[in-house]
Design a protein around this ligand. Structure first.
Ligand SMILES: [Zn+2]
Ligand SMILES: [Zn+2]
Ligand SMILES: [Zn+2]
Length: 138
């Protein structure tokens, strides 16, 4: 269990009360989060502040964005020491069509794809769709 303030400081983000709260919230969620989820959780907070908080986290490699094909951007905490580099931080994402949740499968790395000469990859987004373990339990 790592210290929240340390996570922020290690990523050169000044720990403010709001940032710590949002980080704590993300840390306790097992699935990825949308901006709407965050807004609903922090009802009383200013929406712009919440959006900026997420944006700062993304820019500083604390959180990564996932496009799961639902049209809603999802956010998830990065692993420790993740620099969001394309070579090292490619893991699978899984979108469950039943419960509509998207999860990070951080243990499942995506091998670096080779591209034709002249092409430069900036982002790889691999989302597997199906039904998750919880939905398949019964
Ligand atoms: Zn990352
Ligand atoms: Zn599910
Ligand atoms: Zn992820």
């Amino acid at each position: 269990m790592f210290h929240l303030e340390e996570v922020l400081e290690n990523n050169k983000v000044r720990p403010t009360a709001m940032r710590l709260l949002v980080l704590h919230y993300l840390l306790n969620k097992k699935v990825t989060t949308s901006l709407t989820d965050v807004e609903n959780h922090f009802e009383k907070s200013d929406r712009t502040t919440l959006y900026r908080t997420l944006k700062t986290f993304v820019e500083n490699g604390i959180v990564h964005k996932i496009d799961d094909g639902t049209g809603v951007t999802k956010y998830a905490l990065c692993e420790e020491n993740c620099n969001c580099e394309i070579e090292t931080d490619l893991h699978l994402h899984f979108h469950c069509t039943k419960c509509n949740e998207t999860v990070c499968l951080t243990e499942y790395k995506i091998p670096m794809v080779s591209l034709p000469k002249g092409y430069i990859a900036e982002n790889v987004n691999l989302v597997v769709k199906g039904t998750c373990d919880k939905c398949n339990e019964t």
